[in-house]
Design a protein around this ligand. Structure first.
Ligand code: NAD
Ligand code: UDX
Length: 472
């Protein structure tokens, strides 16, 4: 295969959009077309208001859109034109059928693969960008090979994406590594090299790792499972800290100073969220069960169980502290996104927490700088419980500032670690003045300086810390 000149990305989501926009940004000699079946999403990519919020994304898109970067609903045309196709569609946890609640739903991957097989008129390198269970490339290959001819040949690669939301552009511009898995055949290795050359426009050779297909697929699940495992480990320790007077920040720092452990991803929290961690661990659990490895499945499953426990523990602590009832009390929830610097709410801890508050008949006021009303209402609607917009809006007030949310509140709950909620940015004295007394503050993100806020009069409760420690 000669150098890649035209790329198609199927799936204009959180991964396909930024990843291929950065390829276009760095490779002016390659035409990049990002396609999607969702016309509204494509229209947004072609508009002034991009469909996702990601620092730095707008600059990258505006620099190349209409030059060598295109967004289109013409999936077939882009497939036909491309030498290399990224399959970057969603792979959510299955909701029904075999493996429901655990296995990845591969229907979108299969449908994109079938489309490629159906409409391709020349040879293609097909790249699995979506996160998939180990050996999915085999199924894709079977579909593609069944449609190969003497003139049309398909090579399949695995190139999982490691970007994190909120830092996607930085992660893509300066990746720790790029991973490319291929069948270890002469054609496979040639295709692997062709994709490596695309990344080679800006990524150092030593950072482009090449492996066999299955190692690449499994490495993605493994990396997410290990990252999430660290958070569940520190969150498990946070419960011990609260019961003993140890301080979880100090424990994490002391452990992280061990170069074998490293300091990243040891921030205790109200629980991890996001579209990946839970889904990918459950995927690994299902894979282990399918491979008849129940102990391995149970080991990884515990990471998710611990995360659920952490969210429930936080809610229980809030109710207990508010004198065992939150009925009719106003709770201000600051932050709804699953982490700062994104408007993404998928699996956000805020959703679990707020649903629990509603069950306890509290009045909830929500403020998030990047999540819009419609998204919040949709996330909180639950068939059979609060399934209409009016019902959701009866229970929750969606506010346009932290001050509005905290006005007349009995408690403020910090759920997302947005910088604007830090105590050097938000006027906590003003918040305090507007609240019912005693004014409680629950910090699920270790974001504020608790002693400082206690001096203002707040009753502060921080995850993994206790006043017993003297410096909580
Ligand atoms: P997403 O839901 O934001 O985007 C997927 C897009 O694919 C949607 O817009 C959907 O309309 C489109 N699509 C589905 N089937 C299609 C088809 N047959 N033809 C054309 N378009 C189709 O999902 P995402 O967050 O971008 O995730 C995509 C994949 O990347 C998943 O497997 C995910 O696990 C993985 N991943 C996500 C992240 C992340 O931070 N979000 C990071 C790494 C990996
Ligand atoms: C994750 C992986 O980091 C990324 O490599 C992969 O490609 C996709 O999944 P993402 O989910 O976007 O990325 O964000 P991440 O920064 O990993 O945070 C996930 C969740 O863990 C968030 O809710 C975050 O607040 C939480 N978290 C993270 C903690 O609670 N403590 C930490 O120390 C780090």
């Amino acid at each position: 295969m000669t150098a890649v000149k035209s790329i198609c990305c199927i799936g204009a989501g959180y991964v396909g959009g930024p990843t291929c926009a950065v390829i276009a940004y760095k490779c002016h000699d390659i035409k990049v077309t990002i396609v999607d079946v969702n016309p509204a999403r494509i229209a947004a990519w072609n508009s002034d208001k991009l469909p996702i919020y990601e620092p730095g994304l707008e600059d990258v898109v505006l620099a190349r859109r209409g030059k060598n970067l295109f967004f289109s609903t013409n999936v077939d045309g882009a497939i036909q034109e491309a030498d290399l196709i990224f399959v970057s569609v969603n792979t959510p946890t299955k909701k029904s059928g075999m493996g429901a609640g655990r296995a990845a739903d591969l229907a979108y991957v299969e449908s994109a693969t079938r489309r490629i097989a159906q409409v391709a008129t020349s040879s293609k390198i097909v790249v699995e960008k979506s996160t998939v269970p180990c050996r999915t490339a085999q199924s894709m290959r079977t579909i593609l090979e069944a449609n190969s001819t003497d003139k049309i040949h398909f090579d399949i690669l695995s190139n999982p994406e490691f970007l994190a939301e909120g830092t996607a552009i930085d992660d893509l511009l300066k990746p720790d590594r790029v991973l490319i898995g291929a069948l270890q055949t002469p054609e496979g290795i040639r295709a692997q090299q062709a994709l490596a050359d695309v990344y080679g426009h800006w990524v150092a050779k030593e950072s482009i790792l090449t492996t066999n297909l299955w190692s690449s697929e499994l490495s993605k699940l493994a990396a997410n499972a290990m990252l999430a495992q660290r958070i569940s480990s520190v969150n498990a320790l946070s419960a011990i800290c609260e019961a003993t007077g140890a301080d979880v920040d100090e424990v994490a720092y002391a452990c992280g100073r061990d170069s074998r452990l490293g300091s990243k991803f040891l921030k205790a929290s109200v629980g991890f969220g996001g579209s990946c961690f839970q889904k990918d661990i459950l995927n690994l659990v299902y894979l282990s069960e399918q491979l008849n490895l129940p102990e391995v499945a149970a080991y990884w499953h515990q990471v998710v169980i611990m995360n659920e426990y952490q969210k429930k523990r936080f809610v229980r602590n809030i109710i207990k502290t508010l004198f065992n009832t939150i009925t009719n009390k106003k709770i201000a929830v600051l932050g709804f996104a699953f982490k700062k610097d994104t408007g993404d709410t998928r699996e956000s801890a805020a959703i679990t927490l707020i649903k629990d508050f509603i069950q306890e008949s509290a009045r909830v006021a929500i403020y998030d700088p990047k999540v819009d009303r419609q998204q919040i209402v949709m996330d909180l609607s639950e068939p059979g419980v609060v399934d209409t917009q009016q019902q959701v809006e009866k229970h929750v007030q969606i506010c346009s500032s932290a001050y509005e949310a905290a006005k007349d509140a009995d408690a403020v709950v910090l759920v997302t670690e947005w910088d604007e909620f830090r105590d050097d940015q938000l006027d906590y004295a003003k918040i305090y003045d507007g609240m019912h007394k005693p004014a409680f503050l629950f910090d699920g993100r270790l974001l504020v300086n608790a002693p400082k806020l206690r001096k203002m009069g707040f009753k502060v409760n921080v995850i993994g810390k206790t006043e017993l420690a003297g410096k909580a």
